[in-house]
Design a protein around this ligand. Sequence first.
Ligand code: SF4
Length: 404
Amino acid sequence: MNKEELPGLYIHAPFCRSKCFYCDFYSVASRSEIPAWLEAVRTEMILYKEEFPAFDSLYLGGGTPSVLEERELASLFESLRKHFAFGPGTEMTMEANPESLSPGKLKTVRDFGVNRISLGVQSLHDTDLKYLGRGHDSDQALKALEACRSAGFSNLSVDLIYGLETQTLQSWKNTLDLILECRPEHISCYQLTFEKSTALWKMRESGRVRSIGEKMEAAFFIWTSRYLQRRGYYHYEVSNFAAGREFMCRHNRKYWRHVPYLGLGPSAHSLSLGPMAGMDTTNVTPAGLKPGSTPAAFARAPRIRRWWNVKSVREYCRLLGEGKTPVAGSESLSREQYDLETFDLALRTEDGLDMSVFKDVAHSERVLAEWQKSGFVRVSDGRARPTRRGFLVADSLAVMLMDA
Ligand code: SF4
């Protein structure tokens, strides 16, 4: 984090038209609570406007923010503009789904400064979309992409999912080729996962669907990375590709580098550095705190505090309506947690780990030699950077380092 970097702001709009089979994000398939949620989010903004006065990234996610009507979106952005300042060139992203996006909504949010749309396409094959329980078809997805361009958005991100049993490498390639014709500035390719609370999990338990297995998942991952890189996309995080460094998602990069962020809305998470009251967090960085640093150094370093809101829109609205905080829990990161998370996050991104930090860690020379021999990392510009094969095992690299 450089000293000029401001925190990021996340708003969770927990509303969807229907629930996708694979989804474990908190959302409700109803619009009835939107007015109460809007009122509650406004109240929550007031709670934090002293501590977090300014941001340089905004991410309106969910759920599906595009289920909000134009007047609801306008009302939300009016409040945001009233209570917070946004630095010059702030990246403002809104997530949207093809079936609920309209030219009017695109114009509304663009007029309020939204400059990036993240569109949930997932696949351009209708059999895949049915398998996932999505509420749109491939035609609607392509039309939504066109509508974003017509509305003047020059920074588009597309979410895709691979590793479905209805998919082959060839059909996945077809989806990517059609997407590439639209030349989005950013593509996120997520591997399908079976999360316990989802309909897809239950369908697998009852034998109606199955996973494609680790070998095939790895084949999809490696092929996708190569294919998109050959077409000029920069593979900068396990699941993320950008058409240039300037199109890497500024907001998400804050999560990966322990840069403070404020999350508003049910189930949203936040992170701050240092004492809470009256502190200018923009000038505080954990830079003096190296992973593996002594307990005394950790005690002197800015405190890293994380908290999260209740996972129920009704409860969230009730608490704020009664003048109470909607926070469900909080924690201060221990040194071990901080170290593990720093390694884990760094090794999931192309930035990798700073070698001056790495060399202070016990047994790091041996671990580095093993990783290089296995082709998991390469060292360049003073950093240990994960390779494509390293991304594939990113979840276990940090643990290997901590356990060495
Ligand atoms: S639209 Fe997005 S948030 Fe809503 S259920 Fe589907 S995957 Fe989940």
